[in-house]
Design a protein around this ligand. Structure first.
Ligand code: UN1
Length: 516
């Protein structure tokens, strides 16, 4: 390990989180099986090898599933508030490990340390939330049309929940799913991105402590560091009741079809193409901060990243000039150094996609007012650092219709709010959206049924940084799934309607007579 890495205390962080030079990536609770190929995790921060991970083979997969099936039989019998207590303890452990886990997220994934810590905070928050929900898994009681009958509904656990996550939120998305899945009585199997396996191993190590201290079955929490073929097995496996998939629309489309084919349930969190509308009544200072953070935060690799700004013609030049100035002040560099605003992209493929998108945009007519560039030289040795850029475009350009996971911001001019809303909605994706305005009429129109068609619609807030208390997810090609807050727990349970007759007669519903 290089000296530079030591300077940021990464070695100690890895040790604290139980990450070794060579790790077994597949485990069910504290039991490890990993007979597959070995992969290596390199940091996009400095290009160094962080550690090696042995992945899942065929037999490992079956062992994990069998262990999960066994654990489910016991876990579902534990009362929900007691399961909540397990999640409460996980939240406590996460508080304890917050600095280390946040730093590992930053080092393995490349987001700023503040954002890494923020991601762990989201994990803590969802644990707190889930503890409360564990006492509120309630259904309705209905009045029966028959005398002496009672009718109500209740929610039961599903079984095994498979969680497939992306590299960009390498720890939080696991916790949004697991915290709820567990309080609902399910067991979980996590297939993390192969780009961030160490974050997954660290989370599992933390959860193992909770399982061990409470003498709980190992199969409650499993992790499969594995390639897409094992991921496909999970998707196709009838024993896995729910697949929660976060990733691209392209892969999500296949996951959705495959899970539906076997009548499994799925939660899909796919691509976004999020816009902020900046109206003539916007607070321009707030708009600039919201837009810049939305576009360059996590180097444009959030599914909620701001990709388009739809700006009223009367403030267009002012917004444009101020953005150019703000971009000129951005510091790009090691994300562990808190003076930097923008860290690296995840890997060389991501850098290629950024370059391709710029090329394609230019071909279609995009006018770059802040040029993009792959940075070279001291501090940029990993080859993953790129310059956030801005282009003036038409919404109809193919590249603008497409989600590029990179800090490329598109500017579009509008005349009327109706036109702006139409532009905002005129993309295949429907995750997050925002309007910057101090005008109540504009805000309400944007939020109305004639307004944004996205799962998330904000006023005077950017498109990213959603709180865990609300349901998170989007419409159209974003997949329709919802995760984390509100009543999302219902996705992790099966609903059962119960009708009880406490009379000595057997009256039939709908007045049907059946005399013997
Ligand atoms: C994602 O990019 O996959 O709203 C999730 C946000 C974060 C979650 C993003 N709370 O930006």
């Amino acid at each position: 390990m290089s000296k530079k890495v030591k300077d940021f205390g990464i070695e100690k962080t890895l040790k604290n989180l139980g990450i070794k030079d060579e790790n077994k990536g597949t485990s069910t609770g504290g039991k490890y099986f990993a007979t597959g190929k070995t992969i290596e995790s390199y940091s996009p921060v400095d290009g160094n090898l962080i550690a090696k991970v042995k992945t899942s083979g065929e037999s490992d997969y079956n062992k994990v599933i069998e262990s999960a099936e066994k654990a489910f039989k016991e876990f579902r019998l534990i009362p929900a508030p007691k399961r909540g207590e397990m999640v409460r303890q996980l939240g406590q452990k996460l508080r304890q490990y917050k600095n280390d886990l946040g730093k590992l997220v930053s080092y393995e994934m490349g987001k700023s340390l503040q954002e890494g810590l923020g991601e762990v905070q989201e994990m803590i928050d969802i644990c707190d939330f889930a503890v409360g929900v564990s006492r509120q898994l309630h259904g309705y009681t209905m009045h029966s049309e028959r005398p002496g009958h009672r009718m109500y509904e209740q929610y039961h656990p599903l079984g095994i929940v498979g969680i497939i996550t992306a590299f960009n939120f390498p720890v939080a998305v696991w916790s949004w799913n697991t915290a709820l899945a567990w309080i609902c009585g399910n067991v979980t199997i996590w297939k993390p991105s192969e780009k961030t396996p160490l974050c997954a191993i660290a989370c599992q190590n933390i959860m193992n402590e909770v399982l061990k201290e409470n003498n709980l079955s190992e199969g409650i929490s499993s992790v499969l560091v594995a390639d897409h073929e094992i991921g496909q097995r999970l998707v196709d496996d009838k024993r896995v009741a729910l697949i929660s998939f976060t990733g691209s629309t392209r892969v999500g489309r296949m996951v959705s079809a495959n899970v539906a084919q076997r009548f499994g349930k799925s939660i899909l969190e796919l691509g976004g193409n999020n816009a902020i509308i900046i109206t003539q009544d916007a607070d321009i200072n707030m708009s600039i901060i919201g837009a810049v953070f939305g576009a360059v935060g996590t180097a444009g690799q959030r599914c909620t990243s701001t990709r388009r700004l739809i700006i009223h013609e009367s403030v267009y030049d002012e917004v444009k000039n101020r953005l150019v100035k703000a971009y000129g002040q951005l510091k790009i560099g090691n994300p562990l150094d808190e003076t930097n605003h923008v860290g690296p992209l995840i890997d060389a493929d991501a850098v290629n996609m950024y370059q391709e998108a710029i090329k394609k945009g230019k071909k279609e007519g995009a006018k770059f007012i802040v040029e993009g560039e792959v940075l070279k030289g001291k501090g940029y040795e990993s080859g993953c650092y790129v310059k956030p850029c801005i282009a003036e475009v038409k919404n109809s350009y193919e590249i603008v219709q497409h989600e590029t996971f990179a800090p490329i911001l598109y500017l579009i001019k509008y005349k009327t709010l109706e036109e702006a809303i139409a532009i905002q909605n005129d993309v295949p994706q429907g995750l997050s959206s925002a309007i910057m305005t101090q005008n109540l009429r504009e805000a309400e129109l944007f939020l109305s049924h004639a307004g944004s068609d996205c799962g998330i619609a904000n006023v005077n807030i950017g498109t990213s940084g959603a709180e865990i208390g609300g349901a998170f997810g989007g419409e159209k090609e974003t997949g329709g799934g919802r995760e984390s807050g509100s009543d999302v727990w219902k996705y992790y349970m099966r609903r059962q309607t119960n009708t009880i007759n406490y009379t000595t007669n057997l009256p039939l519903a709908q007045g049907i007579k059946f005399d013997l």
